[in-house]
Design a protein around this ligand. Sequence first.
Ligand code: SIN
Length: 490
Amino acid sequence: MALVLERKELICSKNFIDGQWLAASSGERFAVTDPATGERITEVADSGPDDARAATDAAARALPAWRDLLPKERAAILHRWNALMLAHQDDLGALISLEQGKPLAEGRGEVAYGASYVAWFADEATRIYGDIIPQQQRGKRMTAVKEPIGIVAAITPWNFPLAMIARKIAPALAAGCTVVAKPAEDTPLTALALALLAHEAGVPAGVLNVITASREKAVPAVGNWLEDARVRKITFTGSTPVGKYLARESANTLKKLSLELGGNAPFIVFDDADLDAAVAGLLAAKFRNGGQTCVCPNRVYVQSGVYAKFAELLSQRVGQLKVAPASDPSAQIGPMINSRALDKIARHVDDATSHGARILAGGKRLPELGPNYFAPTVISDATADMLLCSEETFGPVVPLFRFEDEAEAVKAANDTPFGLASYFYSQDVKRIDRVSRALEAGIVGVNEGALASEAAPFGGVKESGYGREGSKYGLDDYLSIKYVCQGGLD
Ligand code: SIN
């Protein structure tokens, strides 16, 4: 099945600034390629600081009117955007699969997932309450009101080209902020298509601006937003080194930051776990998007009593996964995003085997399918001195570590600077309570591998960042609290 869009104009190649499609001011462009084949899909604007500033100028002009709309007026526009996303689910799903490589069913699923954040925050827009503070002195009324923080810069990754940008833009717009956004250079097309649909939904000119930039140009372009005092907030999903860079470089104007950064998720299987459920949960959590999500289990700790059985059950299932391009309807694992990603995965597997690990399934590149494919892999006898223990592999590789008791498992799970997701399987209620409290992570899956939901707070602790996306807490990152003290009322 070819990845063809019914509505071809959803493939946009210019920046979207102030409601208009504009080439980069330098006239430069860069190629967007299909990771399944390495072939060029199209070219998009290679933006620099002038384009970033033009986007901020538009967002600044649009802010007063957008902020002053009634919350239910903003909500109505967001609901229309949500409806248009769902009406274009097939086309957007195909576009995601085309530029990112994930199987078509996952591409379509991501459209529904991303759209659910838009609907959620449309409703939340109407529930931005403040407080009347209990009276402290006669003649004085003290209130706390919530206001939009201002212009938000959203910088998004390639692994979920639609969901990650939707769950940043939706709360920002719901709160009354205006947005300048830059999607990842590997997957800019879905973000531009979303901007087109937002415009059709009635988002006014300048409220949402999207610019694209190559790896080389992104630093000066985003640098312009970092220096510009009018940009009051940065929301970023991506690597921890880049998150730290953004925090450092935005310090001069003390911007508010939401950073959803790298993970190194542990997945613990205790002796008392339902092993079939644990295998199913691990497959769902690990192989979603080919292992390229921040919440994918990276280290799987299995208690010694069930280690051999679990390894056998898992390897059988992993060996059956179908690796194929998104155009094949039976595909379960697609290509990795690019050759750098593939090289990292291969390096982790080679390092593990050179330190004594054994390959139970996969373990190799699949060049016969295309340039960026890696076989779903299970590795046994993994140890803490291997690269795949300390670094996020971001690919379809499951390393199995053996442990003897609960304290050892929890200590190993927490022995990382990261703290985004964690998972464990156990049927002992007291252990479930103990281990949920002991794990240092923003998200804990207990006997469950599929955690994502627009109604849940998504975010990390430690070097996985700060801020929460989704849920009733997700708007807070886009609001500031103003205390108003009115005197002379006696
Ligand atoms: C991520 O990889 O950053 C997000 C994954 C998710 O939404 O579950």
